[in-house]
Design a protein around this ligand. Sequence first.
Ligand code: CTP
Ligand code: MG
Length: 245
Amino acid sequence: MTSTEPTEHCNVKAVIPAAGHGSRMQSDIPKQFLTVGGKTLLQYSIEAVCADPRVTEVIVAVSDPDSSDLPNASEFHVAQPVTYISGGDTRAESVCRGVEYAVAQGATHTLVHDAARPCLPKEALVRVIDSGTASQHGAILAIPVRDSLKRAMTSSGMAAHIEESVDREHLWQAQTPQVFQAQALLNGIKHMGAHNPQLTDEASAMQWLGYQPVLVEGAFKNVKVTHPEDFECVASWLLASTTTE
Ligand code: CTP
Ligand code: MG
């Protein structure tokens, strides 16, 4: 069996949190609805997770699923059905609602991927689904920290004095997708609480239950659009990949 054939007894549903307001982007419309080459970042992210046929459905958590401003879910050019649901007021709450919906639809596993990460390479997607469905601990994409790390008493503004240099060995930057047994992830988010500030990703919720998710090699280009300069990078990569296809 090749790694992209459906695994027996596995039903992987993707959950895409897309209900944020993108305050750090300071743009008039939420970043997931910014367009590059005529497509929204959300559409690129949906197409990216659908590149592996083991994903059987995509569930997108948005602020208002009935809004006429949303692209019609049938217009996404993917083989899998796309369903909008109502998100929450934290990312974890949006994910929780998506995972609840996925479990109700028979998902054995959920793959959570940020709408704001449109440059996910297919090879990384396949790797994280392979590992996440093979281990009961689940798996996440991550990249090793490249830069020197400093701790200061502020996380914004400049001219703060360095308190400490932090050894970057063994430190990783977590990305999405993150793939887990669906019911376990739901339990983890509910136990930890979807408004718990420590719940910054799905791996944290699984660790809360005692699982040790596996780190799988991610990709530098799988950056999350957070600030305007991220959007500039992502837009140039997306346009370059469209012209070389
Ligand atoms: N998200 C969500 N529901 C929320 C908050 C965030 O579905 N209540 C989604 C965002 O739409 C995004 C992903 O979670 O796709 C990652 O979150 P983040 O980068 O923090 O996006 P925003 O919260 O929109 O941005 P900011 O924190 O700058 O306001
Ligand atoms: Mg946010």
